[in-house]
Design a protein around this ligand. Structure first.
Ligand code: 13P
Ligand code: SF4
Length: 322
């Protein structure tokens, strides 16, 4: 028997119902670039973490359905406290966000009492509340560069993004040893295999990848062509794919992004660096769950105001830096 999620007729029916409910309830649907195609298709905005945070803040809808993972919906709830923010499945978590707790951070801060804390957006609201700045993969370098040179920095929780930022900025940064289980498995061996197989391709590499720092050394040593190697957020990859004259791209991130890249560049080829790089948390959000979420207004994501207030400061500092 065909399931509702794979039968094209059922997909269309669900999509129509979602669009009708969206109008009726003055809702906006935000979807991360890793969402399944049929969910991306009903979204008002599809993008990376920073873009979606901005859209949540700017929106005048009274209801936000966040198709992404929990910390992203929390960020939307913090930035839009007057709106109801829903996540279609509460189990859409994030291994990276789970790698540090607010208690871990409080202990770490005790060892470096004068340090400035920069938290990647992939963290819980409690961790953000203990931080001075937030950042995403698209603005981590800018955020660190905005901090006076004489200040010590604690960067969390992604070890690969932290190493990348330290290398680009030349700053001495203490880095938390966390990682995303999906990006950590995109390794240098994958890049080595693909660079001989696709000598003309451009490399689009997410800074959370296990191979990101080595790829920067490769580009510096000429093993990878510097003009064809880009360390980018998922939104940066979409922009680069459109501007670039290249026909082939090796995409080192979660494979969900390929749908959007192909849709926006139908004549170009996109090869996943590791086809197994699939985030099971992102894929928890299905069209049927989006429909239920809008219909029953579940599951509301709330952040207690005393935590939201402190977290908001760190997020707004990031949004202001751009
Ligand atoms: P982007 O902000 O680049 O979309 O990344 C978010 C994320 O969760 C990567 O795994
Ligand atoms: Fe978290 Fe990794 Fe999934 Fe991104 S891909 S949401 S960092 S587990």
């Amino acid at each position: 028997m065909t399931s509702r999620e794979t039968d094209p007729k059922e997909i269309q029916t669900l999509q129509r119902e979602i669009l009708r409910l969206k109008e009726e309830k003055n809702a906006v649907i935000l979807a991360h670039n890793y969402q399944v195609p049929e969910v991306q298709e009903v979204a008002d905005f599809v993008g990376d973490s920073l873009y979606l945070s901005r859209k949540a803040k700017e929106s005048d809808a009274s209801l936000i359905v966040f198709c992404g993972v929990h910390f992203m919906a929390e960020t939307a709830a913090i930035l839009a406290p007057d709106k109801k923010v829903l996540i279609p499945d509460v189990e859409a978590g994030c291994s990276l966000a789970d790698s540090i707790t607010a208690d871990d951070l409080r202990h770490w801060k005790q060892q470096y009492p004068d340090a400035v804390v920069v938290a990647y957006v992939n963290t819980t609201a409690e961790v953000k509340a203990e931080s001075d700045y937030c950042c995403t993969s698209s603005n981590a370098v800018k955020v660190v560069e905005s901090i006076p040179e004489d200040r010590e920095i604690l960067f969390l929780p992604d070890v690969f993004l932290g190493a990348y930022v330290a290398k680009v900025t030349g700053r001495k940064i203490h880095i938390w040893p966390g990682e995303c289980h999906v990006h950590a498995q995109i390794r240098l061996e994958d890049i080595d295999r693909l660079r001989t197989q696709y000598p003309d391709a451009e490399f689009l590499i997410h800074p959370e990848c296990g191979c990101s720092t080595s790829c920067m050394y490769y580009a510096a040593d000429g093993i990878l062509d510097r003009s064809k190697t880009f360390i980018l957020s998922t939104g940066g990859m979409v922009r680069r794919s459109k501007e670039s004259p290249a026909q082939e791209f090796i995409v080192a991130t979660e494979t969900g992004l390929i749908y959007r890249l192909k849709k926006e560049n139908p004549q170009k080829d996109f090869i996943p660096a590791n086809p197994e790089a699939i985030c099971e948390f992102m894929k928890k959000i299905t069209l049927e769950k989006v429909y239920r979420s809008l219909r029953d207004e579940v599951f509301e994501v709330r952040v207690p105001e005393e935590i939201a207030k402190r977290a908001r400061q760190a997020i707004e500092r990031m949004v202001a830096i751009g």
